[in-house]
Design a protein around this ligand. Sequence first.
Ligand SMILES: N[C@@H](CCC(=O)N[C@@H](CS)C(=O)NCC(=O)O)C(=O)O
Length: 203
Amino acid sequence: MKLYFSPPSPYARKVRVAVLELGLTDRVEEIDTKVAPHLPNEAFGLKNPLMKVPALETDEGLVLFNSPIICEYLDAKAGGNRLIPLHGDKHWKTLRRQALGDGILDAGILRRYELAARPENLRWPEWLKGQQLKIDFALDVAEREAGGWGKSCDLGDIAIACALEWLDFRFADDNWRLRRPKLATWLAEFARRPSMLKTKPRA
Ligand SMILES: N[C@@H](CCC(=O)N[C@@H](CS)C(=O)NCC(=O)O)C(=O)O
């Protein structure tokens, strides 16, 4: 399998952590791919028409895109029921937590593009503030729930951890830990996993 990724991408990191946790490293070749919404990579667009990372090309030549689907595919490849509990409450809670982590990233990436890619005279402060509010609300929900998270490693844990460390990487000054001690304690433990240490975001 071929994984198209970029070193700073938190969605691609989710997939890379999943590959390591599932013991699939020998079967996945990582391909560093340049992407940016204002600099479309049309050659890569022949693989993923959305021109976004991550994308996974299977051994049969099918290109999957969108990190939740790629993670689900890899979990199934590794036998299933490893990072995504198959049934019941646990299944939905894991997917919900993945959506919470990904949602923090969706709002965070929009802020990042607005601040790093959009010309300064075209920026829209209310819109930036609206995205930040989503991040703050989602982090507050995570703080309320983090006390019950324990030492598991499922796709929900991976998504939340990748989102939090990406906030540290791109928006360190915002200091999300300030009012969120339980979340900070949970991350300090989870971030020590070899899969997390091997995939730290790089510019
Ligand atoms: N929902 C997608 C989001 C992927 C995404 O937005 N990736 C960013 C990099 S972090 C990207 O490729 N951006 C390029 C673009 O928007 O053109 C996923 O979960 O895979």
